[in-house]
Design a protein around this ligand. Sequence first.
Ligand code: PNS
Length: 168
Amino acid sequence: MNNTKNAVYPGSYDPITNGHIDIIERGLRIFDHITVAVLTNPDKQSLFSRDERLDMIHQCFKQNPRIKVDTFNGLLVDYLERKQIHTVVRGLRAISDFEVEFQMALMNRRISRDVETIFLVPSVCYSFLSSRLVKEIYRLGGSIPQMVPEVVDQRLKEKFHSQNHPPA
Ligand code: PNS
């Protein structure tokens, strides 16, 4: 019998932040392997392409054989079924996350009884961090390197600061 504990940490990762990394590191205290599953639904607009998002995540975890990086589209529960993994990890930053995460966890369980969602709480220093805010700050000419991995800081600067267009 395979006793390996696996979990999927799904998300848009547009781009990955230090908050995501914090959750993954906490998850590795509980699970043997975590699959970082990047949503690539074409109807969800993203700043970074699928390959750019994957590349940044790969660069963050290339030294760690316990982290797998994958993509999925369509329903998360279908992806879990294909992978034969039944546990989803999600981060809960604040009460404001709770409602939407609670709804998603219950809906996923409604569609597939096998699915369990584990919520992990990030370090308080990341409790206000989101990919959306990170993008907004860089787009407006700022930067917050201590909140994103170096490769992400670099890529955001390339996207927004070196294109010769003034901040919106
Ligand atoms: O990083 P995000 O954008 O908060 O991640 C949201 C994500 C990708 C976990 C969620 O949108 C998702 O699971 N999408 C896949 C489609 C799906 O299964 N929808 C039903 C959710 S109840």
